[in-house]
Design a protein around this ligand. Structure first.
Ligand SMILES: [Zn+2]
Length: 359
């Protein structure tokens, strides 16, 4: 029995151990699946965490990118706005410039209108002046003496001084240079000295060259004698419509020459009353006086031609009478010294100055 019991105990021990092994194996088998599942899940979770972290990082990166892009976009929008406002400003400026141009154009139009009106007024004034010699209705006489200075000139000056009359002397350059003192006296006593020619030779009318050579010499003599610039008003030897030029420059010479001197800014002066003292009435005081009076009746604007040539004693005889005649008939004695624009215009209008020469 004891043996059996001993065997039974062993048997029980072995069985227990065996059973325990079976139970443990069973438990191992039973739990092995879930354990490995848990481990798998753990590692998966770990992996997912890593991926999650990576995605978070990527999202952060993208957010940053987005922020930068937004900022950039904002900058562009701002620039756009700035450009738009600049463009608007430019448009406004263009508009204001357009308005300015329109205003200026209007002003120009107004000025043009004003200029037209003024031109019309000037034309009207010119016509008024033509119709009326002098606003006061004054009668005027310009005494002119050609071809001096000579030995007669000082006597003429004495008479003019006595009657306190201003006159005009169209002088010959050569003679002026020979008699500077008398020329200077005439000027000092308030008379006007004007160029007539240097030589008074009619051969000066051969060509423009010969004419201007003489003419400029006369101007030079004027400067040398009086220390003054010669005036632009002068008288042609023989007058502007002389026939003495025919045998030199031909009939067409004076029409061409008169135009040329006008183009150069000169004014040539003739006369509308002649004493005839160098022609038909030479040495004939009565004839001279009659000619003058005949041409002075009903003439309120006179340029009278005398010659203070050396042998013209008749001039000295009649000059006081002629002066008295004009004084009695209420003429004002005028000279080229202080000739007015209106008077010069009147001379041109009456063809005493710048007379058109048509042949
Ligand atoms: Zn002359």
């Amino acid at each position: 029995m004891k043996k059996w019991l001993k065997h039974k105990k062993s048997f029980l021990l072995v069985s227990s151990v065996f059973l325990l092994i079976i139970v443990i194996s069973f438990l191992i088998l039973f739990f092995q699946g879930p354990i490995s599942s848990v481990q798998y899940l753990k590692s998966e979770t770990e992996q997912l965490k890593i991926e999650n972290d990576q995605l978070k990082e990527e999202i952060d990166g993208l957010r940053k990118d987005l922020a930068i892009k937004r900022e950039h976009n904002d900058t562009i929008e701002h620039k756009k706005d700035t450009k738009k406002s600049e463009l608007n400003d430019l448009h406004a400026q263009i508009e204001s410039k357009r308005e300015l141009i329109n205003n200026l154009n209007e002003q120009i139009d107004n000025y043009k209108k004003q200029i037209n009106q003024l031109e019309q007024k000037i034309e009207q004034k010119k016509n008024d002046n033509k119709a009326k010699t002098d606003p006061n209705g004054e009668k005027k006489v310009f005494l002119t003496f050609d071809d001096g200075p000579t030995s007669l000139t000082s006597s003429v000056l004495d008479i003019l001084q006595k009657y306190d009359i201003p006159a005009s002397f169209f002088v010959i350059g050569e003679r002026m240079e020979r008699k500077p003192k008398i020329t200077q006296r005439a000027y000092n006593e308030g008379h006007m000295i004007l160029p007539h020619s240097f030589t008074h030779e009619y051969s000066i009318y051969t060509s423009f060259d010969t004419f201007y050579k003489d003419f400029f010499l006369a101007e030079e003599a004027y400067r040398n004698t009086l220390q003054l610039e010669p005036p632009s008003i002068f008288r042609f030897p023989g007058g502007s419509s002389n026939h003495s030029s025919f045998e030199y420059g031909g009939e067409e010479f004076m029409p061409l020459l008169t135009e040329d001197v006008k183009d150069k800014g000169y004014v040539y002066v003739d006369w509308n009353v002649s004493s005839g003292d160098a022609g038909s009435n030479i040495n004939d005081p009565t004839g001279m006086k009659n000619s003058i009076i005949k041409d002075s009746i009903d003439n309120d604007f006179i340029v009278l031609l005398f010659h203070d040539t050396g042998n013209n004693q008749a001039l000295l005889e009649i000059l006081p009478t002629v002066i008295s005649y004009y004084k009695e008939n209420d003429y004002t004695f005028r000279s080229f010294q202080d000739i007015t624009d209106i008077e010069l215009a009147e001379m041109k209008n009456r063809h005493i100055a710048n007379k058109p020469i048509n042949r």
